[in-house]
Design a protein around this ligand. Structure first.
Ligand SMILES: Nc1ncnc2c1ncn2[C@@H]1O[C@H](COP(=O)(O)OP(=O)(O)OP(=O)(O)O)[C@@H](O)[C@H]1O
Ligand SMILES: [Mg+2]
Length: 238
């Protein structure tokens, strides 16, 4: 298979953190390739480096060694402007604790990534489109009646659906989710997984991190992070 068959390819990723005089080595040569349209779950014990890896895959952090290729292009060769564009447009992030802005309405939270990626003039040109798209996403996730609420007025499951809407606002090629159900009870978490499965069935490529094997089973493929490396474990589809 050539690099072009993969949307994302991580090769030999190493990452360590310095803590005072000691150095904690977290990733020791992670290789991971994700095909377009896949739903991959990364599992591993707490502290095994799942979030660290996801941040590197989404260019929120840099590896010490190794490379991440997105659609065949090495991210380390991107200029800082290109990296900002990559983070804003190519990937969408969903986090365990939602990271919504309580000062803004639900609708504003969802269209924020469009505002953030544009000049004032650019924003005025696209705000009608952006508001309509945000409304459509919220409707798709059963939140049409919540557009004017503030995030703190919502339940955990509703907040996470808003966060997924925000992540999808710029139609990213890749959705990265870090413990998206980690703060939710199992029934509500199940609803979030249903949203992710539906998106994946419509073609959305997803990489999700979870410490919960049952949640991971909902993905098409599970990979496990052990001792700083990926151990390929089971495949539902293969
Ligand atoms: N900025 C940092 N500075 C120092 N050490 C860090 C930093 N970020 C992570 N670590 C350490 O790296 C290791 C991996 O952390 P990471 O958050 O990636 O684990 P995780 O698998 O996501 O765990 P969890 O399931 O608890 O979220 C941990 O030992 C953590 O203490
Ligand atoms: Mg984590």
């Amino acid at each position: 298979m050539s690099d072009n068959d993969f949307i994302l390819k991580a090769e030999g990723i190493h990452k360590s953190y310095r803590m005072g005089a000691t150095r904690v080595t977290v990733l020791k040569g992670v290789d991971l390739a994700v095909k377009k349209g896949e739903f991959v779950a990364i599992v591993g014990a707490s502290g095994s480096g799942k979030s660290t890896l996801l941040h590197i895959l989404g260019a929120l952090d840099k590896p010490d060694k190794g490379l991440v290729k997105f659609e065949g292009r090495d991210l380390s060769r991107h200029s800082s402007g290109e990296l900002n564009r990559f983070r804003n447009k190519m990937v969408g992030f969903v986090f365990q604790f939602y990271h919504l802005l309580d000062e803004l309405s639900v609708l504003e939270n969802v269209f924020l990534p469009v505002m953030a990626g544009k000049s004032i003039v650019g924003w005025f040109g696209s705000r009608r489109w952006a508001k309509n798209r945000a409304k459509e996403l919220l409707e798709q996730f059963g939140l049409s009646q919540r557009t004017k609420h503030k995030p703190y007025q919502l339940s955990g499951g509703e907040r996470q659906r808003v966060a997924i809407g925000r992540a999808l606002m710029n139609e990213p090629r890749l959705l990265l989710a870090d413990e998206p159900t980690g703060n939710l009870d199992s029934a509500t978490g199940n609803g979030i997984l249903e949203v992710l499965e539906k998106l994946n069935s419509l073609g959305q490529t997803i990489v999700m991190v979870t410490h919960d094997e049952r949640i991971a089973q909902r993905a098409g493929r599970i990979v496990t992070l052990v001792d700083g490396k990926i151990e390929h474990k089971s495949c539902k589809d293969l």
